[in-house]
Ligand binder design. Sequence first.
Ligand code: PEP
Ligand code: MN
Length: 357
Amino acid sequence: MIVVMKAGVTDEDVQRVVERVTELGLAPHPSKGEFRTIVGAIGERTPEAQQQLEQLPGVDEVMAISQPYKLASREFHEADTILDIKGIRVGGPHVNIIAGPCAIESREILFGVGQAVKDAGASILRGGAFKPRSSPYSFSGMGKEGLELLQEAGVALDMPTITEVVDPRDVPIVYKYADIFQIGACNMQNYNLLLEVGKTDKPVFIKRGLAASITELLMSAEYVLSQGNHRVILCERGIRTFSDEVRFTLDVSAVPVIQERSHLPVFVDPSHAAGKRDLVPALALAGIAAGAQGAIIEVHSCPERALCDGPQAVLPQNFAKLMEQIRQIAEIVGHRVTIWGREDAQPRRAVAGGWTT
Ligand code: PEP
Ligand code: MN
């Protein structure tokens, strides 16, 4: 349920609602918006509880949240969520580009590619240490050694880092070395993993499963949010369709659809959707034009020797060109690109449901 408070309500009125919600065995989530204060009451809704809350001073109305996801829904939290990740703002009008190799393979490649993507304007460094592969015989990542290199590179380049966690037992070690947990498409519905990262305070980047609906993606976010971790980013990375020209079909429309339903930041992954480096720029730009608040892009200095996803890795010089185009497209849709904490272009004024021109 959502308890909508009247305009000009006092802190005591809100506190009284929070206390009553707790007494009713529900979890209270007060949120002060620009125009109204609401208190989310998460748990089973009963007519009695609804009536009791409606009668408290300062309460305007009590509504049911119509979606199965509650904390992730726009009904629950009207304004865009903007995360602060080591001083970098993610979400709202801010566009961040995450870039780096698919897998951490060596110090030389990670540091070389990291420096190149930073110079081109990426704000977050990616690199997988635990790689979920479709074949058990493929390279599955450097593990702890890779995490150590990623942390070192993040410090040296002054960039927050993101890496995939595939096993709930690895959550503590990934927490120790990286700044953002990546939940891969294959693990989007690994509920134990989602619960485990939900118990931490580090951001969680959830990729849409290759056959998952938008509601299912939002339910995965709900798993993390339900544990108290409200730092969630969603990513459209391509879904399985009958088209076999590309690895997956980037569902560009998922971007505005998720943004309509949820307050969480939405990214696109053009690399895993395309599967071919020449198609990556077009998909990245399409995602940013659709309003995505960022993209995660695989870059490699020597893709023909890459141990994972070489065919879709863009070369550093082409990544730099793409960044230029991303900046221009972002500006057209009223977003601004974060470049190592610095921001290009002025955002347009936020209004309910979008941005002004
Ligand atoms: C990755 O980011 O390298 C990856 C494995 O992506 P996905 O989970 O989308 O397949
Ligand atoms: Mn990859």
